[in-house]
Design a protein around this ligand. Structure first.
Ligand code: SF4
Ligand code: SF4
Length: 339
């Protein structure tokens, strides 16, 4: 097959709604960074990171004959007035980004397959075994900052990534990571409340409140982390909010990134969420990953962290909840009130 023209692929990417696109050669990724991160225990209980490590490092295991990794980015930054002070991370306030990016990625693949019959493709949004930040850096879209986030020139770190692997070459490739603009800044490292940033853009997931509030659904959050969950119920934006490279965000106009009603709820309302309210507010958003009890547990921790006396009645009720996680969180929060 002839080299695919990147100018045309960029037009297709624009047409389906991506903000940025880049192209990387599908060369294997040196294993050291991933294996050392896992060996240090920084993957916490995310066993899938270990189980599919070989595929993460070599995309030809996902698509035989892979030649090119196309990386897309969408800006998602919004600062709608009704979400001011929301305890939900910005990326999760609107429709589930997986479906938004997946729809765009599918449209891109369909267009490419229509124009280049027989071409092999493999696509992933976050959930597949692809090291998206590595590919995005190789494709020249930016670099990984000290906060572990992927930082672009135009949108800062307020971006979501998607990747499509092709078994064909393109006519031009990115020339590796953009220049590191962190310099001597250490704002994110100094601001992380739990010391989860361990240098060189690595995040110790176990200490990260994003991991604790989203992925750690089955166990209690360690007490030393709970006390830092001030107004944090799902995810954490602290290390992005303090970043000077995020000072001039671009408002994401597309309605798919508009906040949903859940982003207008406060910590108390989330702690007291009924099953019926959960069914109204949560499906179709990324918050579903934390599940009903996980969300309420997080909100209860947040109430305890800030010792909200006006939450006492609710906490007393939740201290007898059917969920052991919620019950125990409420009992802890009540003890915080007593201090
Ligand atoms: S998301 Fe929050 S807890 Fe995690 S590294 Fe950033 S500041 Fe720390
Ligand atoms: S806060 Fe500073 S060190 Fe951290 S990612 Fe931003 S520029 Fe880099």
């Amino acid at each position: 097959m002839k080299l695919l023209p990147t100018a045309h692929l960029r037009q297709l990417s624009d047409a389906v709604g991506f903000d940025l696109v880049g192209f990387a050669r599908a060369a294997p990724i040196p294993p050291e960074a991933l294996t050392e991160w896992i060996a240090a225990g920084y993957a916490a209980d995310m066993d899938w990171m270990k189980e599919r490590a070989a595929e993460r490092l070599d995309v030809t295991q996902l698509l035989p004959g892979a030649k090119t990794v196309v990386v897309f980015a969408n800006n998602y930054y919004r600062d709608d007035a009704e979400t001011e002070g929301s305890p939900i991370a910005r990326y999760a306030r609107g429709r589930d980004y997986h479906s938004t990016l997946r729809d765009r990625m599918k449209a891109f693949r369909k267009a490419v397959q229509g124009e280049y019959p027989g071409i092999g493709t493999y696509g992933s949004v976050d959930s597949g075994p692809l090291m998206e930040k590595v590919w995005a850096a190789r494709a020249g879209l930016g670099y990984v900052g000290k906060n572990g986030c992927f930082i672009t020139e135009r949108f800062g770190s307020w971006v979501l990534l998607a990747t499509v692997v092709l078994d064909a070459e393109v006519d031009a490739y990115g020339d590796g990571p953009a220049a590191d603009r962190c310099g001597s800044c250490r704002k994110c490292l100094m601001s992380c409340p739990t010391g989860a940033l361990v240098g060189n853009g690595r995040v110790n997931a176990r200490a990260c409140l994003s991991y604790q509030t989203i992925e750690n659904r089955d166990h209690e959050v360690p007490e030393s982390f709970r006390v830092e969950m001030n107004n944090l119920v799902f995810g954490c934006d602290i290390c992005q909010d303090v970043c000077p490279l995020n000072r001039r965000p671009v408002f994401a106009e597309h309605p798919r990134f508009a906040p949903r009603a859940v982003a207008g709820l406060g910590v108390m309302e989330l702690a007291g969420l009924t099953q019926e309210q959960y069914a109204t507010f949560i499906p179709g958003t990324a918050l579903a990953r934390a599940q009903y009890d996980g969300l309420r547990r997080n909100a209860v921790y947040a109430l305890g962290a800030t010792r909200q006396e006006n939450a006492r009645l609710l906490l007393e009720k939740l201290s007898e909840d059917d969920s052991e996680l919620v019950r125990s969180a409420a009992q802890w929060a009540l003890r915080q009130l007593a201090q």
